[in-house]
Design a protein around this ligand. Structure first.
Ligand code: CA
Length: 664
């Protein structure tokens, strides 16, 4: 069989060489290249180049001394090879050189490109760099290990932007806005409280989720002194770290080494690292590095041949095409194998197809099944990809081991983003059913009516391990701003603080994977600005002094995280466990209250019985509770896991807009 395949391959190569360019009727006819040596294979003896561009008529390689400017020192024609690839081998040690490819289709020469599989680049990512990856490893890298981690529901995810974390003078960090800020220990704010990585340890998060940190296009790396800001959802080179976050974007090895130093420091602190990956679109369509190699192939088009735009950014990639799928899978593996990244958040995952996401999961499982994969289970606009193939929320049932963001919990807490009505935490009526749906993590449950969910009116996950619970993220307004923008009549700032604590109490006690946006634990606001993707640092940065001015908020978050991490009852891994052990009380006598128990040392919990009462009312309410020798561990905006007093009565007065949690 193998011999036969070899003969056919050889024959087709011979035919290609004899006949020149093959004819393709559609992208589906493009041959698929299975090898893992695309674009550059470097050794000190030789550099081998292989470009996949089936429809090209000619491909050139340009070699440069400089990563940005200056003329080519060598130009070579590449030779047509198997499976739509073009090959060239240059002898000698080319380390330190830069290169680009140029593809001619028909009579048209495309612009030069560093390629799409490129792993090292010069400043601004225009030219690929030839480096020895082994030389980018920081000291002790081979000893680096992922911190222990078992079930997805054990995660506490902290979403942060590179600049927000360190850029403020109050951060006490030296490497402001850089990967290296995460390596700085012992940093403090003016009040002497821990900031930076020490703060993360004190807070107790298990995963740091970095906003886009691959090489993106919107920041000019030659003008970093302008201190421009961008979230980075404008991918340029997927397999390279962003130069603006390194101390020297001109030196191709520096950004790679410093990214690794960041991962290493976080791992040493017991924290795993998640990357935000944006394979769903590129910064530009026509002249992206993908399109300059193989025009059209990597994108979807409408019936009228215009670019389809499910990303809302002008283009959308086509993960269902074999070489795009291969690219996504191998790119993720590159970050795992080269950088020891521990998880991925897929931006607009609904643009990708279910099969690609399942292949990503399968590939990661072979490396380490504890690597997290989650994403936005929606698109930003319509797509030519049929709904049943999209990796959207309603198809999560077909994607085991992959989680989706629950806009259902987010919007029952803060209010539906499609209108301006406040949510459960600010006292809005009749959201009890929607809240129950969120509390069980979206799984089937005998006491939950999915038709009452805020958005997706069906049980869309197999297990609570497939849902990300959050009150806010980088998108839209942050939590405090959103609550302030939808104040119920007469509400005070003190109440906003209550609302925010109640919202996060739901996030951390609900079944699923909790996720917070960096700085929320310091009562962060962004001055009411919506979608701050290019707002200045003054809007986006974390003001670390707020750790002392809002110490009660920090302590509440820290203790909530501790409550969750010490009590596996809140981290159930299967829908069966949730169905059997999570029981809602009948609170119909007290509107805007939801209460439930987790009984019987669930999931090995040291507490036999747990009672959670969530009061959305802006007034105290009397709630009937089961008779027990309860010990109060959360009440009126304070948490004390040692207990704050025994409750033997069958009625408990719950403070306004707050949670009471009791245990036995
Ligand atoms: Ca860049």
């Amino acid at each position: 069989m193998k011999l036969k395949v070899m003969w056919i391959t050889l024959l087709s190569v011979v035919l290609l060489i004899a006949c020149g360019k093959p004819e393709y009727k559609s992208y589906d006819d493009y041959p698929v290249y299975e090898g893992t040596d695309l674009e550059l294979t470097y050794t000190p003896q030789a550099s081998s180049f292989r470009v996949w561009s089936p429809a090209a008529d000619q491909v050139k390689l340009f070699l440069y001394d400089d990563g940005l400017d200056g003329p080519a020192v060598q130009v070579e024609n590449m030779k047509r090879s198997e499976k739509g690839t073009w090959k060239l081998k240059l002898d000698g040690d080319l380390k330190g050189k830069f290169y680009t490819f140029q593809v001619k289709v028909g009579e048209k020469w495309m612009a030069e490109t560093p390629g799409m599989w490129v792993k090292a680049v010069g400043v601004n990512g225009k030219r690929a760099a030839i480096i020895d990856m082994n030389e980018t490893n920081p000291e002790g890298w081979e000893l680096d290990r992922r911190p222990p981690f078992e079930n997805p529901t054990d995660a506490v995810i902290y979403e942060v932007h590179m600049r927000d974390f360190s850029i403020s003078p109050t951060s006490g960090m030296k490497h402001k806005g850089k990967f290296l800020a995460f390596t700085e220990k012992g940093t403090k704010n003016a009040a002497g409280q821990a900031t930076g990585i020490d703060h993360l340890k004190e807070l107790g998060v298990t995963h740091v989720h970095l906003l886009p940190s691959y090489d993106y296009a919107s920041i000019d790396e030659t003008k970093l002194e302008e201190n421009k800001y961008n979230w980075g959802y404008d991918p340029l080179n997927y397999n390279v770290p962003e130069g603006g976050y390194s101390t020297d974007p001109y030196d191709p090895a520096t950004r790679i080494r410093e990214f690794k130093q960041m991962v290493q420091a976080l791992h040493q602190a017991g924290i795993r690292v998640i990357m935000d990956v944006v394979y769903n679109h590129t910064f530009t369509g026509e002249d992206s590095h993908l399109n300059l190699l193989v025009p059209g192939y990597f994108y979807r088009f409408n019936a009228d041949l215009t670019w389809s735009n499910a990303s809302g950014c002008g283009n959308e990639t086509a993960s269902e095409r074999p070489m795009m799928r291969k690219f996504i899978v191998e790119s993720v593996l590159h970050w795992v194998n080269e950088y020891k990244v521990d998880g991925f958040r897929f931006d607009l995952m609904g643009i990708h197809d279910v099969e690609t996401m399942n292949q990503v999961r399968a590939a990661l499982d072979k490396v380490d099944p504890s690597i997290l994969v989650y994403g936005e289970g929606w698109t930003a606009a319509g797509s030519p990809l049929p709904e049943e193939q999209r990796a959207v929320k309603v198809n999560t049932l077909k994607m085991d081991g992959i989680a989706v963001f629950s806009d259902d919990i987010r919007d029952v807490l803060k209010g539906n983003w499609t209108n301006s009505i406040p949510g459960f935490v600010a006292g809005t009526d009749s959201l009890e059913g929607a809240l129950k749906f969120a509390i069980v993590g979206g799984v089937e449950h005998p006491q939950v009516d999915a038709s009452q969910a805020v958005h997706t009116k069906m049980h869309y996950v197999n297990h609570p391990t497939q849902v990300i619970n959050y009150a806010s993220c980088h998108d839209d307004m942050c939590l405090v701003d959103k609550l302030r923008s939808r104040l119920p009549e007469g509400a005070t700032e003190q109440e906003v603080k209550r609302f925010s604590k109640l919202a996060q109490t739901v996030v951390f006690t609900s079944q699923g994977i909790p996720f917070i946006y960096a700085g929320e634990e310091l009562y962060r606001d962004k001055k009411g600005v919506n979608n701050t993707y290019q707002s200045p640092d003054s809007i986006n940065k974390i003001y670390w002094d707020q750790k002392s001015t809002h110490l009660d908020v920090f302590e509440y978050y820290r203790d909530l995280i501790r409550l969750r991490r010490e009590h596996p009852a809140f981290r159930l891994t299967t829908s069966e466990m949730v169905q059997q052990h999570l029981k809602f009380l009948d609170t119909s006598a007290t509107p805007n209250v939801v209460a439930y128990t987790l009984n019987g040392n669930v999931n090995g919990d040291t507490w036999r019985d747990i009672l959670v009462i969530l009061n959305g009312n802006r007034k105290p309410v009397k709630v009937s509770i089961p008779k027990n020798e309860w010990d109060l561990v959360a009440h009126d905006g304070v948490i004390n896991l040692q207990g704050m007093g025994i409750v033997k009565d069958t009625v408990l007065m719950v403070a306004p807009s707050s949670a009471s949690i009791l245990k036995k």
